[in-house]
Write a protein that binds this ligand. Structure first.
Ligand SMILES: Nc1ncnc2c1ncn2[C@@H]1O[C@H](COP(=O)(O)OP(=O)(O)OP(=O)(O)O)[C@@H](O)[C@H]1O
Length: 512
């Protein structure tokens, strides 16, 4: 048995296998295939960093104290059920002696902790009992807690008692003993963790986050999301599936995905942080309208969306933005941000060079300006993919390159807007329409136009306005599902401000 290579002839169920640990892979090759019914191939290979746990003894023994030493050992490892869905697979090997089984367990346990990602040892977990369909507590106790226990992760669990409980707790509690914070809930719960973690990091590094232009301190504490909400868009866009077990496995093996965060400011003062949609016009109005229909549950979004399409409102103002001037990526380049994305990983070095050159002075930056009337102004820091729109608002947006995509839908009729919306759910390009434009940006600001008396009274006295009501002079912003009660807004992208327990969506980075 060498230092880097370990090999033994063992039994797996009724088959003889050659088990080999070599470099960062554990593999086993079936020696007598004719006895192994149902086997598809002679070899199985798994990366060591996808082993969840190794125990001496059988599977059923793992939760008991083993009195007598066993000549068996069990490897719990990740297996792919589909492109994005992970499951836990269990393989129990029989060695020739207890000592041989013990040697394998010791070496494997040592290797999984020294190989690659830093695995969490202790987590602070928040469960929202009211998120989604109210199943978060059950999902946690049935599916997630046993997995974390198997991996030897200590857990402090808090069932939230009110909105912002998790955020406040993170702001006020000693967190040094935790390797991460996890929410079992939806995007609203994630947003609470985001605000708690970002604010905490600024407090500790004495950065005044409230003023626009502050350089924020990146957060070290990783955030995990166990999806149990209604839409779970952040989980979907960073893991590729809303499956609690898959997310738990990413957390256990310590996957880390840096993420950009957008900060929104009104009159120079911080309003909110967000990672996906910041939308004015259509998405702002849909959210505001849906608040009046809370009793309808998730269906309220469909109904208010339908009403807002019929209303066909548009809002005047001026959008200014700082283009990302990056020749390595563009919102129309047809690539996808995937695990190990090169654009994101190269962006750190590039950002450093840029900020050295610019000496952080926004005044020297050239802002582009577009004035007009818009049905929707959307800024999205990531694709904002979700189960209903698998490619999202901006399919080629990156998770961690320091940019966001600005999508402007100019005044158009209801059918044209519907055409644009429909393209989010089929494979057609939603930007290839004359009234839609998209820019990759680092910052933007919007100033609403003040309507004079004459323009205000002329606004849309048409058939739909008489059904849906006269449109207001200004819309409001939908910031990751929270209403911001203001029309004037500036947005800045903060490069890789947080880290998630995820690895981005696995797959090819090219869409064709
Ligand atoms: N105990 C609680 N009582 C009331 N509200 C809570 C409680 N705990 C958390 N919340 C709030 O509930 C809101 C919604 O929760 P969550 O995001 O988990 O579910 P969701 O809205 O159904 O899912 P999604 O955001 O993905 O659509 C969050 O914004 C959070 O602040």
């Amino acid at each position: 048995m060498g230092q880097n290579r370990l090999e033994s002839l063992l039994q797996l169920r009724s088959c003889e296998v050659q088990l080999t640990l070599s470099g960062s892979n554990l593999s086993w090759t079936f020696q007598k295939r004719r006895f192994c019914w149902g086997r598809e191939g002679p070899s199985v290979s798994i990366p060591v960093n996808e082993i969840v746990a190794v125990h001496q003894g059988d599977r059923k023994e793992q939760s008991k104290t083993i009195d007598a030493p066993s000549n068996r050992f069990t490897v719990y490892h990740i297996s792919r059920k589909s492109a994005q869905q992970w499951i836990l697979e269990v393989s129990t090997f029989t060695a020739h002696s207890c000592q041989e089984a013990y040697d394998w367990v010791t070496v494997l346990q040592d290797r999984i902790h020294s190989n690659g990602a830093e695995r969490p040892r202790k987590l602070l977990i928040f469960i929202n009992p009211y998120g989604g369909r109210g199943k978060a507590a059950r999902i946690y106790s049935k599916k997630i807690c046993p997995l974390f226990q198997l991996a030897g992760i200590e857990q402090d669990v808090i069932e939230t008692k009110r909105a912002n409980h998790a955020r406040d707790y993170i702001m006020e509690t000693d967190l040094w003993k935790y390797d991460g914070v996890v929410c079992v809930g939806g995007d609203g719960m994630f947003s609470e963790l985001l605000h708690g973690v970002v604010r905490r990091a600024q407090m500790e590094s004495k950065v005044c986050e409230k003023k626009e232009g502050a350089t924020l301190t990146p957060c070290k504490l990783r955030i995990g999301i166990i999806p149990a909400g209604s839409t779970d868009c952040v989980c979907f866009a960073t893991v590729g599936i809303n499956d609690p077990v898959t997310s738990a496995l990413h957390i256990i093996i310590g996957d880390t995905q840096p993420m950009d965060v957008c900060a929104s400011y009104h009159s120079g003062e911080l309003m909110r942080y967000s990672v996906s949609l910041i939308g004015y016009g259509f998405f702002g109005d849909v959210l505001r309208e849906s608040e009046t229909m809370r009793f309808l549950g998730p269906f309220r979004y469909d109904l208010s969306g339908f009403k807002m399409v019929l209303s066909n409102r548009s809002y005047s103002g001026t959008v200014e933005f700082l283009e990302a001037d990056d020749d390595r990526s563009s919102p129309r380049d047809n690539t996808r941000c995937r695990t190990g994305c090169q654009v994101c990983s190269e962006s750190s070095e590039r950002r450093k060079e840029e900020s050295d050159a610019e000496s952080h002075c926004c005044d020297s930056e050239i802002w582009q300006k577009i004035s007009g009337s818009f049905v929707a102004i959307n800024v999205t820091g990531m694709s904002s993919a979700c189960p209903k729109s698998q490619d999202g608002l901006s399919p080629t947006a990156h998770l961690a390159d320091g940019t966001a995509d600005l999508i402007l839908v100019r005044e158009c009729n209801m059918f044209q807007f519907l055409r644009h919306l429909k393209r989010h759910t089929n494979k057609k390009d939603q930007f290839a329409l004359p009234y839609v434009e998209v820019h990759r940006i680092r910052a933007m600001r919007f100033t609403p136009e003040k309507l004079d008396e004459e323009k205000a009274t002329c606004r849309r006295k048409d058939f739909f306005s008489s059904i849906c009501g006269m449109p207001p002079e200004t819309s409001s912003w939908n910031c990751d599902g929270e209403i911001l009660d203001c029309a004037q807004l500036s947005v800045r992208v903060h490069h890789q401000l947080i880290q998630l327990f995820a690895r981005g969506i696995e797959g090819t980075s090219c869409s064709r």
